[in-house]
Design a protein around this ligand. Structure first.
Ligand SMILES: Cc1ncc(COP(=O)(O)O)c(C=O)c1O
Length: 366
């Protein structure tokens, strides 16, 4: 039987045509019409004035924090359950990521725990829209305003997700995205920072391009970085963005199939929920073994693998890994992260694939 991968890209639109145009026109580096077109289209999609393309989602995060002038001694609140790049970007600035606990089910930042971790060194908050479900931005925004903090949305996994009908990418001071090959839309490797703030956008562009003064060639007023995206990456990204509505519709259909196929498993697993104010985009469809069953998680994943079904464990919390180990209390993350499994979630899965996955799970969990 064919192997089912946990994620894979679909390049079925104008990707090849636009890439060939880059090659034919000789514009293959980080200047070219596709960069401008992709940035403008992505900014429109997120409902903001500026989008600044980068070479991956990690550099997008680092660039955002540099442009916000994050410094050694500063603290930034990040969820303990996220991909490690969120915390690493804070460290790259010499600042301290202060880990906060997450909410059951979505594993997104718990606003109440943010409040408990704020000190006079706190500069900002990085909510992560984990696995495609947006964080509680209304509550987080209220906390940020009360304490005078900035908010960087880490939207690497949530292109097109919404909070109260408003798309992520325009809900904080700025937002960052990843376009790695397994993401909702891809450029192979790539990233983006979005913002409505003109001054911040200018700083983001300055630091992205080695710090070169836009009005004076080869004059560098600051130490910058080369975090630029290539025209070829942007060509792929533009073609991907043209199809994002179809991509999201396919993911919702897939989630519906999983919901149906796994509906009878309620005693044994918890299915992903969706807050009433949220539009989940299902970058990953997660299931959680019931409490007390955590010890079986790795065995279930191994047996699925033997049956030709690739899965991933939900991210290990930062506070249990060497660079960020902490004895502080994270009761929700401790209980939920070790029970979670990312099931295969991509556009080329069929109803029959979902039935095969559900069937394999049924025999393992019974
Ligand atoms: C939540 C989160 N933040 C940041 C990143 C970093 O993006 P990239 O892999 O493009 O550097 C990822 C990528 O997987 C991610 O999932």
């Amino acid at each position: 039987m064919d192997r089912i991968f946990v994620a894979q890209p679909r390049l079925a639109g104008n990707e090849k045509k636009y890439v060939l145009d880059c090659l034919d026109s000789n514009w293959i580096s980080s200047i070219g019409k596709y960069i401008t077109a992709f940035e403008e289209a992505f900014a429109r999609y997120c409902g903001v004035r500026h989008a600044i393309a980068t070479n991956n989602g990690t550099t997008a995060l680092h660039l955002a924090l540099v442009a916000l002038d994050l410094r050694p001694g500063d603290e930034v609140i990040v969820p303990t359950v996220t991909y490690i790049a969120t915390a690493n970007a804070v460290r790259y600035c010499g600042a301290t990521p202060v880990l906060a606990d997450v909410q059951p089910g979505t594993l997104n930042l718990d606003p109440e725990d943010i409040e408990r971790r704020i000190t006079d060194k706190t500069r900002g908050i990085i909510p992560v829209h984990l696995y495609g479900h947006p964080a509680d931005m209304a509550a987080i925004d209220a906390i940020a305003r009360r304490h005078g903090l900035w908010v960087v949305e880490d939207a690497a996994e949530a292109h097109g997700a919404e909070v109260g009908g408003r798309r992520v990418g325009g809900l904080g001071t700025c937002a960052t995205f990843s376009f790695f090959g397994n993401k909702i839309i891809t450029t192979g490797e790539g990233g983006m920072v979005t913002t409505d703030d003109d001054e911040l956008a200018a700083r983001l562009r300055l630091f992205r391009g080695q710090g070169m003064d836009p009005a004076r060639r080869y004059w560098f007023p600051v130490v910058g970085y080369n975090y630029r995206m290539t025209n070829i990456q942007a060509a792929i990204g533009l073609a991907q963005l043209e199809m994002i509505d179809e991509a999201l519709a396919d993911r919702h259909r897939l989630a519906g199939w999983y919901d149906q196929a796994l509906a009878g498993f309620g005693e044994r697993i918890v299915l992903p929920g969706q807050a009433s104010w949220a539009r989940h985009v299902y970058w990953m469809y997660n299931i959680f073994l019931r409490e007390g069953e955590a010890s079986r998680r790795d065995e279930v994943m191994r047996r699925l693998d033997e049956a030709g079904i690739e899965t991933r464990p939900v991210f290990h919390p930062m506070h249990v890994m060497p660079p960020y180990r902490s004895d502080a209390s994270y009761p929700v993350a401790d209980v939920w992260a070790q029970r979670g499994i990312n099931l295969p979630t991509h556009r080329d899965l069929s109803r029959a694939d979902v039935d095969r996955i559900a069937g394999a799970l049924a025999s393992l969990l019974s």
